[in-house]
Design a protein around this ligand. Structure first.
Ligand code: ADE
Length: 220
């Protein structure tokens, strides 16, 4: 799979994408990340990508021309704009994006992008949560990490995807590892019992209880 990222900060992605599961996925050739510097599509000495909003108001707006030029050659890909005004990202969306051959992520900055970009060059708008970041780069990174681990072959053990939070609309159960007793803080006895039926029952009830307490909206 290939993901093209359009950004004014192409260097932003290099360090996080060299680490962990996704770093290995890129190294092994499961995933290719191409960063495109939006300023390469500007004209003029200042390489300007933003301008004042029509109608007045605070902040700056990303101009249509550099984005149009950057996005035109990517019309065969699914083009996603990262914006707090987008559809909230969830596991279902990641599952769908992970099946694509080529995805393009556009990182907005400033107050947002000229709406004509959205109308003519964007297939979907996605938000990573009900909060405002200074730009879409961290949001794009979250998408890349969420997608990368779903590409077949990237995670060795398919089980680790099957049992995780959100896979069946429930949060994951708490996990423990050695030591069984850390200065008196003990691991739940059932996990040491060796009784797999009881362990599964405990895990299922923990998932339900946690979801009920923390995310009742997921049970609706
Ligand atoms: N850009 C700024 N805030 C964002 C958010 N919450 N999600 C996606 N892109 C953003």
């Amino acid at each position: 799979m290939k993901i093209t990222v359009i950004t004014i900060f192409p260097g932003y992605f290099s360090s996080p994408l060299s680490a962990g599961v996704v770093g290995r996925a890129i190294e092994a050739g499961y995933l290719e990340i191409e960063t495109v510097d939006l300023r390469d599509f500007t004209t003029g000495f200042h390489r300007q990508v933003d301008d004042a909003p029509y109608g007045g108001g605070a902040g700056m707006v990303m101009m249509i021309e550099p984005l149009a030029k950057a996005l035109a050659p990517l019309s065969e890909t699914v083009r996603v704009l990262m914006t707090p005004a987008g559809k909230p990202l969830d596991q279902e969306m990641l599952d769908r994006f992970a099946t694509l051959d080529h995805l393009t992520l556009v990182c907005g900055r400033y107050e947002g992008v000229d709406e004509r970009v959205v109308e003519h060059f964007i297939d979907e708008e996605v938000s990573v949560g009900d909060f405002v970041l200074p730009g879409g780069e961290a949001a794009a990174l979250a998408m890349i990490e969420g997608i990368g681990r779903l590409i077949p072959g990237v995670l060795g053990n398919d089980q680790s995807i099957a049992g995780e939070s959100f896979r069946d609309s429930l949060l994951a159960e708490p996990h423990y590892t050695r030591p069984a007793d850390y200065h008196g803080w003990k691991v739940p006895e059932v996990l040491l019992s060796g009784d797999h039926g009881r362990i599964e029952e405990w895990r299922a009830s923990q998932r339900l209880e946690r979801t009920r307490r923390r995310r009742p909206d997921l049970l609706d």
